[in-house]
Design a protein around this ligand. Structure first.
Ligand code: FES
Length: 494
């Protein structure tokens, strides 16, 4: 099974339980880095803040990242043109805010300043890396091109950003949660938002009742309440991650621009371990995740001398059409509904920058990055991406139905296997566990109806269209879906 090192190496805190208050100045949905940064800053600004988290603090995407805290976001700067300096400035400001806040407030989150690298193993990509280094320098960032890195990782060249950082993301979030509560904010775990009535005030419906709020911030990674057509403007991908002791010491952070292998070290009570990410794929693609973990482990043994795999998990990312996150008004007419999403692989600085921006937007301050991150910017390029995204969804809908029609019946399903098949007029997603018990649910995703696909390493049903994920009994692990997959045989699930 999979388990994140971050979740395994932090003490569980006492569950923050309902009941919900009837009202709050601001309801923040999601206790990841974007949500908790926003919540803390608004609580500190004097707002009454309520944070609602469907799972546990940091249990979603922030607890499954590789936690590089850097303004170096793959090879973005040579593509951003005139926006490069403002984008880089906002991300560096986020990094420095984390460092300053951790120091000032005494948050022990294993923060280390370290160099960040994006390298390549392909000589044909070197001109692009040189262009990226030049664009980053022109944007005022501490960048340079270097011929080699240590560990070598097969690199033929790299862009280095000096004095970036890495940390333990869940320790950071627990620190932010404590700061939020010290500023009279409330955080409640295990409560999922199920509906929203926009207005003055807005009404947020949840699994634990309704709450009225003057302002609502949606920081649920994939935005629930899909009234901004985000499902057509975000691409969900996953990277697999393994961690364990290794013979090589790793002090910087590394990302291969061609293969997407990433490497960083991490201090643990048992000594340094190394985190290796890779095997990038689109959520719901019909890939053998178990085989991909095996390939990643082989890569880690070869390149950093990983001697044992102690943790396996996967990171879930959402990319925007132009690689710049969507932070601001949820839709063009929204006045009191805000969103932060689309951080790609760079949610540590991206989510923090989002919190700093949303604080200003909600309290009515000017912010120089407002238009850069405006979710409602709409360029020709964005329109082209939207068409591509929807064409991909259409392909998944057609392809998956054909695949399901050809699947074998449930009676033949061996233990540990899963299938999507037709049962009468219904499409059924079925998994037989090791004890022989069958877990069968409707196969249509409760977001917009695509057919889910089985992830054999994590034993989840993943939706190929917009990235929702469900456990084998249909419960939502990851949105945008907010309702479970429907049970078969009329049995209601909880
Ligand atoms: Fe949109 Fe499943 S996530 S249809």
């Amino acid at each position: 099974m999979t388990r994140s090192l971050w979740l395994d190496t932090t003490q569980g805190t006492a569950r923050r339980e309902p009941p919900l208050p009837a009202t709050a100045d601001v309801v923040v949905l999601g206790a990841g880095i974007a949500g908790l940064t926003t919540a803390y800053l608004l609580a500190e600004a004097g707002r009454s803040v309520l944070v609602l988290e469907a799972g546990e603090i940091g249990g979603g995407v922030t607890g499954h990242t590789t936690a590089k805290v850097t303004a170096q976001h793959e090879l973005i700067y040579h593509r951003l043109g005139p926006a490069a300096a403002r984008y880089g400035g906002s991300q560096l400001a986020a990094l420095e805010w984390i460092a300053a806040t951790a120091a000032a407030k005494g948050i022990d989150c294993d923060l280390e300043r370290t160099d960040s690298h994006v390298h390549t193993t392909d000589p044909g990509q070197l001109p692009t890396l040189r262009a990226e280094a030049a664009a980053a320098v022109a944007a005022g960032l501490p960048a340079e091109f270097v011929a080699g890195i240590e560990p070598p990782l097969g690199a033929v060249g790299a862009v280095r950003f000096r004095d970036q950082a890495q940390f333990h993301p869940r320790k950071w979030l627990l620190g932010l949660a404590a700061l939020t509560e010290a500023a009279d904010g409330r955080i409640i775990e295990g409560v999922r938002a199920t509906g929203l009535q926009e207005g003055s005030p807005s009404i947020v419906r949840t699994t634990a009742g309704a709450v009225r709020a003057a302002e609502v911030v949606v920081a649920t990674h994939y935005p629930v309440f899909d009234r901004g057509l985000f499902f057509a403007r975000l691409e969900p991908t996953r990277d697999l991650v393994v961690a364990g002791p290794a013979t090589r010491t790793v002090t910087g952070t590394y990302l291969d621009a061609r293969t997407h292998h990433s490497v960083r070290g991490v201090p643990t009570p048992d000594g340094q371990q190394v985190i290796v990410g890779g095997e990038h794929y689109r959520v719901g693609d019909h890939v053998d995740v178990t085989a991909r973990f095996a390939r990643l482990e082989a890569w880690a043994r070869e390149h950093v001398g990983m001697t044992e795999v102690r943790y396996r998990w996967s990171a879930h990312d959402l990319s925007t059409v132009d690689s710049v996150p969507y932070v601001g008004r949820y839709h063009p007419r929204a006045r009191h509904l805000w969103v932060a999403t689309g951080f790609g692989q760079w949610g540590m600085t991206g989510g923090t920058a989002a919190g700093l921006l949303l604080r200003d937007l909600v309290v009515g301050n000017d912010n120089e990055y407002q238009d850069l991150y405006d979710p409602n910017r709409f360029s020709l390029r964005a329109a082209a991406g939207l068409v591509t995204a929807n064409a991909t969804v259409a392909k998944f809908l057609a392809g998956d139905h054909l695949r399901a029609l050809n699947a074998a019946g449930l009676g033949d399903l061996p233990p540990g296997e899963a299938t999507v098949t037709r049962q009468g007029t219904s499409m059924v997603a079925a998994y037989r566990d090791e004890s022989g018990a069958l877990h069968a649910v409707r196969a249509h995703c409760t977001h917009l109806g695509c057919l889910v696909a089985f992830n054999n390493a994590e034993r989840t049903w993943d939706c190929p269209c917009h990235g929702s994920r469900f456990d084998v009994d249909g419960q939502v692990i990851q949105g945008p879906a907010v309702h479970p997959l429907r049970p078969v045989n009329g049995k209601e699930q909880r």
